[in-house]
Design a binder for this molecule. Sequence first.
Ligand code: DON
Length: 587
Amino acid sequence: MKLKLYAKSSFLFFFLLLVHCHPAFLQQSGSAASKEIKILPQIEGAPEKRERYEIKGNEFVIATDHPLASDAGMFAWKEGGNVVDSFVAASFAVSVLRPQSTGLLGGGFAVINLNKGKLRKAFDFRERSPEKGIAELYLDENGKPIPGKTLNGPYSAGVPGNIQGLVFIQKKYGKLPLAKVLEPSIHIASKGFSVYGDLARAIQSQWSLMNPEMQSVFGREGRPLREGEMIYQKDLALVLEQIQTNGDAEIREGETAKKIVSYYLSHGEFITASDLKNYQVLETEPIFGTAFGKQIMTMPPPSSGVHLITIFHVWNELNQKKTLPGGEIRPILDLTEAMRVGYRDRANLGGDPKFTAIDVNRLTSLNYAKSEAAEIEKKIVSGAWPQNSSSSLKPESYNTTHISVLDKEGNAVSSTQSVNGSFGAKVLVPGTGLILNNTMDDFSVAPGVPNLYGLVGAASNAIGKGKTPLSSMSPSIVLDEKGNSLIVIGAPGGSQIPTTILNTLYRYQVEGNGLYESASYPRLHHQFQPDILFVEPEAKSNFPEVDLPFYQVQYTRHRAKVFAVAKEGDKLIGVSDPRGDGIPLGF
Ligand code: DON
């Protein structure tokens, strides 16, 4: 009866078209998937061995978005450090190497799984709204957002937390002296490195917005640095040396703090000495759910980890439904509908849990997933599907970064960090080499007004003193039945972060592709608003030219880049997304 109803809709026509005319990309075998990978972007002029951004090891593997950052992680490990030292060394290094993505004046999240699952923690060292951070600052006399104010310049920055977070985690859970862990980043900042394509493009595109101090670091003779030229960050090297001596006191009340305060004295006094001094790193408990049959631990709110868990659970419920259409449309439908639920919740509920109630237990419960899946089933089977509105995602460059580390004992760190938009606020604090973030844009400046990533939010994510903005960053670790780390995963990519983790784990755990194939696979993305199913262009030849019956489809490059390390038998395998510039390292 239900099937008859369903057949009455126009869906059957499209469904048959899809089955008979188009081999769906979703059901490619591993080898077919490898063909797709070849057409994803590669580093220009990269050596042949980088064709697969993959490494196998026995002891230790790290995956990051720059070869020298992975190398910094290796250095710390070989000096006798543990996964925490390795992560912190890589993080400081990547701040030097990818200032367009992250930096010491940014913030982030990390989850750790140590001592065979006995020590599991989550850390929030994300930017906070300063004491002066109130919504009215960003609105004109008519209550409309002032264009660009959350994106560029001094008011776009939240109180940074990266240095405090890294120092806190390393001191408590690392083994090496902090000074040792900082050595690679100091070396890279002072000796310089060659500007690579993504950095050159970011410098070029943000050049006109940069303050003069920033232009002098990222330019030469008054023009943007070009790919292949060396970049030196001497002031940044000095700050890193000060951190070697002073730890996070440097950013709280040291010379660096004074320089930030002095910059703000002539720029609205938005961030103050007391904001820097009183910044608190939050050490908390991770949250848990089930991802494709395995336990997953991830970051609690204001991360989107909670919504990622809902997505996994709703997928699981939908996947068991007998009444929904079968065939090649089905994987698309289950994934897309699950994403839609997670992003709807994010938009309606997401925010800083210190200021707004987010019922994590409910959102991660199986009953919740069951009732959501039942609603979806009802709508599909009855044909009562809402019509789509047209809109698109704003194009954005690759920012933010992720680091995944795993050793043979199952000790793991998964951490995502950011300055938010490309080069954050586009402000270099004079005399420091440090760039302010523009993470105030991650708040909803007004209800329904989309941010840089087209995400809308509710009052729960409104700007307010001391608040932490909602984030898509969702560092995660999949666990085996004993609670040991099996897959360490995360991604940069704004709103596409949770769906990247979903896509990659789906290809790996459900379809059984290799980790590298799974990372490279063309992705699907739906973020509730706009109500569009985004599909990577590489999938287009295998995808119906007509829109899927329920979805308005747009073919577009996926912004996110996944960095993952997994344990496969006795081996460790690490991958850095070929959409990015990094390589994994290990031995
Ligand atoms: O925390 C967030 O959700 C954003 N600041 C992340 C930004 C990002 O990943 C940019 N990458 N394209």
